[in-house]
Design a protein. Structure first.
Length: 147
């Protein structure tokens, strides 16, 4: 019986650990999503500025390719940062799915153990209560179970 409670405690601890990991995963994904949205907004602003710079240059008849390339490089760098953040987010999701798969396999093992333990009982001849195999007296009515 104490073995059952030990396994139960172990699985409760796993559940708490899983919830903690899932919360951390969600927080990290949310943080990354916020950063991605901010970077996309920065990219949009940079593209708008690039358009304004090119427009003003064309209007004045003075096209400065170096200034245009600097803006373009800035936009390209933001795109790289966005891709990095999205990749980090995908990796977190993949790790979470892999852990869930492993935990699913472990929980199947525990379910098998529970079935075995549930079948290892002694039924009280007096009241029909199911008792652990090592019990000497019925937990319900107190009838002696074995010699």
């Amino acid at each position: 019986m104490s073995d059952f409670f030990g396994k139960l405690k172990k699985n409760i601890d796993k559940g708490v650990n899983k919830a903690s990991k899932k919360s951390a995963e969600i927080a990290e994904k949310t943080k990354l999503q916020t950063q991605i949205m901010s970077l996309k907004n920065d990219k949009k602003n940079e593209i708008s500025e690039l358009g304004k710079v090119v427009y003003d240059m064309l209007k004045e008849g003075n096209l400065d390719e170096e200034a245009i390339n600097l803006k373009f490089e800035s936009i390209t760098e933001i795109e790289k940062q966005i891709n990095d953040k999205e990749e980090q987010k995908e990796n977190i999701e993949k790790e979470g799915l892999a852990e869930e798969s492993e935990e699913s396999e472990e929980s199947k093992e525990f379910e098998d153990v529970e079935v075995v333990e549930e079948t290892e009982v002694i039924e009280c001849p007096n009241c029909g209560e199911k008792n652990p195999t090592d019990a000497k007296f019925c937990q319900n009515c107190g009838t002696k179970l074995k010699d």
